[in-house]
Design a protein around this ligand. Structure first.
Ligand SMILES: Cc1cc2nc3c(=O)[nH]c(=O)nc-3n(C[C@H](O)[C@H](O)[C@H](O)COP(=O)(O)OP(=O)(O)OC[C@H]3O[C@@H](n4cnc5c(N)ncnc54)[C@H](O)[C@@H]3O)c2cc1C
Length: 334
């Protein structure tokens, strides 16, 4: 499939990029590593007149550990993160989550910013223009119905990025820039929950930085992913957890975030409220697992039906919690 015609501009600075975004508005789209965008263009899911390449923005290619935590420029590639000793030793579950994304050649190009800004996916939308013509446009492409579910009245395309759930569990923030202003907000607030417009970025805005606060002593975290094959696969479900061990082996804090089972990452809110102060045991694992299954909104497809995916959310929640809890034990004794 050929690429459509567009003008390609490669700015040299963040300021120039913001000016271009302001000038071209709706007609422009950003290209970071291109591993997702080039597919959108080939499938004619996006038809921009102008593509703004971000590769020249060397100022967004940094990774730095400070007192408050880790700051990562949005143009840092997943491969750089995976190979960084800072991440490998300081944030091992993040390293492991990155390794589960696609395959090494994709991670070599793919950026963290692009991963967070991924468009939502669905079995109908993520197909060629030719294939889509068999049914006519869906809600997201200007039609009146969502084909992902029967007689869907709203777009049910799923947010399928692997890293956002774990970063939300870690209370990460994102920095967003436009020609007019800069804003920093919790990553959890970055997502809209609308399949057709998954994040809050305005047309003239650029994601520039991801901030991960330092994890306190006694904290453990983990990410578990369900996929069809061990390589090259978006998640069919993902579960990220962050847990803090209190005195006498009780749970002091807990956060569970689900990925790929809804139009945005889903925070399992009840988990943190009800079960704090209790002992970490099989009974509590069962309760967390049930809450996660209840919160999940999986959409079935030809590969895995929604009930199976929901059940797997429960299984992954238990696995992730066990791994995260084991990490709190290691950290206490080290
Ligand atoms: C075969 C294959 C397998 C994959 N498997 C996975 C997987 O398992 N898990 C997963 O999470 N992803 C997967 N992906 C998707 C993708 O490769 C990654 O998510 C990647 O990190 C996207 O980054 P990128 O730099 O290539 O983004 P791009 O393709 O350049 O951009 C993606 C989107 O983000 C926007 N964007 C990019 N950077 C910015 C920015 N700084 N500010 C605002 N908007 C921006 C673009 O306009 C575009 O809409 C896969 C892709 C392929 C091709």
């Amino acid at each position: 499939m050929n690429l459509p015609q567009f003008e390609f501009i490669q700015p040299r600075s963040v300021e120039e990029t913001c000016d271009l975004l302001k000038k071209h508005g709706e007609e422009a789209t950003l290209l970071a590593g291109g591993t997702a965008l080039i597919v959108y263009l080939r499938y004619r899911l996006k038809k921009p007149k102008v593509v703004i390449g971000l590769k020249g923005l060397t100022g967004l290619n940094y990774l730095s550990q400070q007192k408050e935590g880790l700051t990562i420029g949005s143009m840092v590639t997943l491969e750089t993160l995976e190979r960084s000793p800072m991440i490998f030793h300081g944030y091992p579950p993040l390293n492991s989550a990155i390794q589960q994304i696609a395959v090494p050649p994709v991670r070599n190009q793919a950026t963290l910013g692009g991963n967070i800004c991924l468009e939502n996916r669905c079995i109908f939308y993520n197909q060629s223009e030719f294939w889509r013509k068999t049914q006519g446009p869906c809600l997201r492409l200007g039609g009146g119905v969502c084909y992902a579910v029967e007689k869907g009245k709203r777009c049910q395309a799923v947010y399928s990025g692997d890293l956002a759930p774990l970063l939300i569990a870690l209370n990460a923030k994102v920095k967003i820039l436009s020609a007019q202003r800069e804003r920093t907000l919790p990553l959890a607030d970055f997502f809209t929950g609308r399949g057709e417009k998954p994040n809050i970025l305005n047309q003239d805005e650029l994601l520039t930085e991801i901030q991960i606060p330092l994890t306190e002593p006694g904290v453990g975290y983990a990410y578990e992913k369900l996929r069809v094959r061990e390589g090259m696969e978006f998640p069919m479900a993902g579960v990220a957890v962050r847990i803090k061990r209190g005195e006498n082996g009780t749970i002091e804090q807990i956060k569970i975030v689900l990925g790929a089972v809804g139009t945005a990452p889903i925070e399992v809110t009840k988990a943190s409220d009800l079960l704090v102060g209790q002992k970490f045991d099989d009974k509590i694992l069962e309760e967390f697992s049930n809450q996660a299954m209840e919160a999940a909104r999986p959409v079935g497809n030809q590969i895995m039906n929604s009930e199976y995916r929901r059940k797997m959310v429960g299984v992954l929640t238990k696995r992730a919690l066990r791994r995260a809890w084991a990490m709190t034990e290691k950290r206490e004794s080290s």
